[in-house]
Design a protein around this ligand. Structure first.
Ligand SMILES: [Zn+2]
Length: 297
């Protein structure tokens, strides 16, 4: 099958998966989100939830559910920003920050929709006053069982990842960039079709082990709508990370640490073997949100 028809097939498959992830009402999504937040709280972990601002405006109840968690801006709308002029991007980001404030949420971080970023977007993120960004995809090993799959290589390539990637935060003038780990739950579950909790646990635990071994910062990306699939995997990855003394912290805290870290100081507080962040992008809460996205609202 040609690359174009393959992509078209994947799109159709994903469109069919949507009704199984969301409902016409918000009950299904919010239930999964509540359970994900409860799991993080059981481990005393603060996760980072990047939210598309318009989705937050339509569903302000998200603010209450995410009490005690960190939030970040995931676009004003769920749109690729890279073709837009920097000033236009800054205006959209500021409008998004205003929506967060209107529901009582403070935020100092940004993640690009579709993880599509450019130098001009990074300039805009800085210009809009954010402290950190987490939009650059970074390839992580999730064990030989999965790394060698052709679909995995193809999925990584769709994010422009061909080999080893940066595993530590970097500075872009005043902005802290913390790369997001690929594969995410969308690749593992929807593209590779791995729905068995044991297999997903092995994948996430292998990524955690790679973080401990490399001393890097693993930023997991787990969308709340697939929580019923990755619940066990996240639970086990957190047990492993915390058991090995990893520093598990939200993106804002890691960014602050990185900014204040003195030259020569250990990469992580208390000489932790690695850092781990659990992030979960909120692009939509209902099927209607997808329709609104298609209509450009
Ligand atoms: Zn998204």
């Amino acid at each position: 099958m040609g690359a174009k028809s393959k992509t078209a097939c994947q799109r159709i498959r994903r469109a069919f998966l949507l009704p199984s992830r969301y409902g016409f009402s918000s009950t299904k999504f919010l239930g999964n989100l509540e359970r994900m937040v409860a799991l993080l709280k059981r481990h005393e972990v603060v996760g980072t939830f990047p939210i598309t601002a318009k989705v937050l405006e339509w569903h302000p109840e998200l603010a209450g559910i995410l009490d005690g968690m960190e939030v970040a801006v995931h676009g004003l709308r769920h749109r690729n920003l890279t073709g837009l002029e920097t000033n236009r991007q800054i205006a959209m980001m500021k409008e998004a920050i205003g929506i967060f404030r209107s529901v009582g949420l403070q935020t100092n971080g940004f993640r690009a929709p579709y993880l599509r970023w450019s130098d001009s977007m990074m300039e805009a993120v800085s210009g809009a006053g954010f402290l950190y960004d987490s939009s650059v995809p970074s390839g992580w090993s999730c064990g030989s069982e999965f790394d060698s799959l052709a679909e995995m290589t193809e999925a990584l390539r769709s994010y422009g990842i061909g080999g080893t990637a940066n595993k530590l935060p970097t500075m872009r003038s005043r902005l802290v960039e913390m790369p997001v780990a690929i594969p995410d739950d969308e690749i593992l579950i929807d593209r590779l079709g791995i729905t068995n909790p044991e297999q997903l646990s092995r994948a996430l635990t292998a990524m955690t082990a790679a973080a401990i071994q490399s001393g890097g910062h693993l930023v997991l990306q787990l969308h709340p709508e697939r929580f019923n699939f990755f619940e066990k995997a996240l639970d086990e990855a957190l047990k492993r990370a915390l058991g090995e003394g990893a520093w598990v912290a939200p993106l804002g805290e890691v960014a602050m640490w990185w900014l204040k870290k003195r030259p020569g100081e250990h990469n992580w507080p208390q000489e932790a073997p690695c850092a781990l962040t659990v992030s979960g992008d909120i692009d939509a809460v209902t099927l209607g949100d997808f329709i609104a996205r298609r209509l450009g609202r």
